[in-house]
Design a protein around this ligand. Structure first.
Ligand code: GLA
Ligand code: GLA
Length: 688
């Protein structure tokens, strides 16, 4: 129940609507800056992220500062009732800094020192860059810390990437010394160094992975990625020192990312670690709506999944820090959002836990690289175009949703995603080099719940498993003994655990478990996987599960049964008529092992059985066809229900109880028609 308490992640009790606002690009156009104030009001936007890339305007020469323009922008926004998310400008450096202090420039993995230019390209170890950012951040906190418009801190921008300079090599070696207790033998053991004669006898011999050097020691690759996360967090921690000191009550965030294709979690950093250092999670979402490789509903499943992951990182509402009201400028094809899609896609974010709809950027730039990236205000500088109107509609809708702010979602089902595992699995030479598809596999397991409107938390390994009835851990290739023991406790205490092929293979050092599958896993599953067969695309095999045949692809695990119950049998090949799917009771709980990558129809039927067995249910029941999604934000008093049509046709739905339409405040019940892309937001008092 504690999850249902309202958690205000910002001091605002309203939905944030607005985005990156860059007046520093328009300082010689006071007419435009005046238009902005009017257009902010017309577009029903209320929150603006300032100064993200403004360092060269804030400090045009070393030690020479210009804050007046920012004073004015913040005051003007406040005057119209707006709020500000103030950025620290470390995402891009002024030219004078790179010129005077070349150590701030990054060295890439091929050991090429980068030239000044672009952005997000500084060394996270550089003492000078750390000093400069901290100084700038202190000035910002001193000047604006008490400003009533200040809502939160936006630290840097989309942290990512690593630097391979000598300073970073030194920091990496120190990090390794700490980790391996200053004993190089421990490092050699962990990295299996005798392989290809890679035994190190001095820390100074160790270099970060490189295309022109070492890249095949998987333990090294994994440690490097972990180091990059820790070093980035350490840079971030250095940035926030003055902010914590001077503005302890102002929440801190940094904007996370996801890959555009398939919206897979950003791979450059382990966000589960980073999340612990943030007050609020925020992220930048750019799904390619209306693409030509999947249906709108297929994409909506992936958006739901990544939102449920980023929300679950802190089990509290998050912020959508950036999005586009129309096209982006960096997809292969930059398609405009069709009429209605902006409201629908925005409400999906809110439904899954966002307390904001913010854009990059609020006004389109006139020149340079992102001048065609969709914005609230286009080059026509007018409120009359379609996109502006759709943004305004989102603004009006958000105004009706202030009661939703701070509300969360509760779930009985969790799916586990793990960055370490993703890295190690992708790096593993073996299985199918192009068919690992870890996040896509998670989508497969998430989908049946999305289709039935059953809420899911996508959690990471350090989180508490005990609140869930069902925990699904597909392709958990890398798993420590500690996590195995927590999984065991979860099942022993009455939980239901689902695991799949390619799980439980290596420990946290990327060393395989010796003597077969870990004993603890054998104990809870009552079986052991003994071989993983990898299939060519043309190979065919089937599993008979509950007297129905299901196709499989890519992977089939040969299972040695001990005390499990066989739920499904392979039909072909040398393992025909042996178990493919098993279940096992262990103490108070139950486990299922799915040995093959089965097609979606299997997951649908398999999870349907579990849904019935475990009495899993939607928070609010709506009868509908495929492609409609119902997601609920909950407070102790009320449920806020978002009914979304992710199809291109009209949909008939049936509400099983009477609710109130949030927009019209009218009662709604029974059969309702949803137009193409329509979203209905309704609410229902909780029965007490
Ligand atoms: C080659 C090499 C071996 C090993 C095998 C298998 O034959 O000589 O050391 O790498 O390939 O990959
Ligand atoms: C990212 C960045 C923004 C902008 C947008 C749109 O999310 O943070 O500065 O570049 O992409 O391309």
């Amino acid at each position: 129940m504690s999850k249902l308490k309202k958690t205000f992640t910002t001091q605002a009790k309203f939905m944030l609507h607005g985005g990156d606002y860059n007046p520093d690009q328009w300082l010689d156009r006071p007419d435009i800056l005046m238009d902005d104030i009017e257009l902010m009001q017309l577009s029903k936007t209320n929150t603006f992220s300032l100064g993200i890339f403004a360092w060269s305007t804030l400090e045009p020469e070393e030690g020479v500062y210009h804050f007046e323009w920012l004073d004015e922008a913040i005051d003007n926004i406040y005057r119209i009732g707006g709020r500000v998310i103030l950025a620290t400008p470390s995402g891009a450096r002024p030219a004078w800094m790179s010129q005077k202090y070349p150590e701030v420039l990054r060295v890439n993995a091929s050991r090429v020192k980068q030239l000044p230019g672009g952005r997000h390209n500084h060394c996270f170890t550089s003492e000078i860059y750390r000093e400069k950012t901290q100084k700038m951040n202190r000035l910002l906190a001193e000047r604006y810390g008490d400003h009533p418009a200040l809502l939160m801190w936006h630290i840097s921008n989309e942290y990512g990437g690593g630097c391979h300079c000598e300073n970073c090599q030194g920091a990496f070696r120190n990090w390794l010394k700490e980790k391996y207790h200053h004993d190089i033998k421990l490092l050699n053991d962990a990295w299996w160094s005798p392989f290809w004669s890679h035994i190190f006898n001095d820390w100074s011999q160790i270099e970060s992975p490189s295309p022109i050097g070492e890249n095949a020691v998987h333990g090294l690759n994994l440690d490097w990625r972990r180091f990059v996360t820790d070093q980035t967090i350490s840079f971030f921690e250095n940035e926030i020192v003055p902010l914590k000191e001077l503005t302890p009550d102002i929440p801190i965030t940094t904007n996370f990312m996801a890959d555009t294709h398939d919206l897979i979690p950003f791979q450059g950093l382990d966000y589960s670690k980073f999340a612990k250092h943030l007050d609020v999670i925020s992220w930048d979402a750019y799904p390619a709506w209306h693409n030509d490789w999947e249906s709108t509903a297929d994409l909506a499943v992936k958006v739901g999944f990544i939102n449920d992951l980023y929300r679950s990182l802190k089990q509290q509402p998050f912020l959508l820090m950036e999005s586009t009201p129309s096209a982006v400028n960096w997809h292969r094809v930059n398609k405009a959002k069709r009429p209605g899609m902006h409201l629908l896609s925005s409400m999906q974010m809110i439904a899954h836990g966002s307390d904001s709809i913010l854009y990059f950027q609020w006004r389109k730039s006139r020149g340079s690289s992102e001048k065609f990236h969709g914005a609230v205000v286009d080059h026509d500088n007018s409120a009359d175009n379609r996109v502006f109107q759709e943004v305004t509609k989102v603004g009006e809708t958000l105004q009706q949703l202030s009661h939703v702010v701070g509300t969360n979602r509760s779930a009985d089902v969790a799916i586990l995603y793990d960055w370490d595992n993703h890295w190690a699995l992708e790096d593993a030479q073996g299985f199918g080099l192009e068919t690992k598809r870890y996040p896509q596999t998670l989508h497969q397991h998430y989908r049946p719940f999305w289709e039935q409107d059953i809420p899911v938390d996508v959690i990471t390994k350090e989180q508490d498993f005990s609140p869930y009835k069902l925990l699904i851990v597909p392709m958990l290739y890398l798993v420590s003994e500690q996590t195995i023991s927590r999984l065991k406790t979860f099942v022993a205490g009455g939980g239901t655990l689902v695991m799949t092929y390619i799980s439980g293979i290596v420990n946290e050092y990327d060393l395989t478990y010796m003597g077969g599958w870990p004993q603890d896993l054998q104990g809870i599953f009552g079986m052991k996987p003994v071989e993983t067969d990898t299939l060519y695309p043309a190979d065919r095999n089937y599993v008979n599960y509950q007297n129905k045949l299901y196709g499989l692809q890519d992977y089939a695990t040969v299972i040695e049964n001990q005390s499990a119950q066989t739920e499904g049998l392979y039909q072909e090949d040398f393992y025909a008529h042996t178990p493919a799917v098993t279940s096992h009771r262990y103490k108070q709980g139950k486990t299922y092992y799915i040995g093959a990558r089965l097609h979606d129809n299997f997951h649908k039927d398999f999870y349907q059985t579990l849904i019935s067995e475990l009495s899993l249910a939607p928070v609010f029941a709506v009868q509908h066809e495929e492609g409609v999604s119902v997601q609920v934000r909950q407070s102790e008093e009320k449920d806020f229900i978002f009914i979304m049509n992710f199809t291109e046709v009209e949909q008939q739905i049936t509400l099983e109880t009477t609710v109130k339409d949030t927009a019209t405040e009218k009662e709604l019940a029974g059969e309702i028609t949803l137009a193409k892309y329509e979203v209905k937001i309704v609410e229902k008092e909780k029965a007490h």
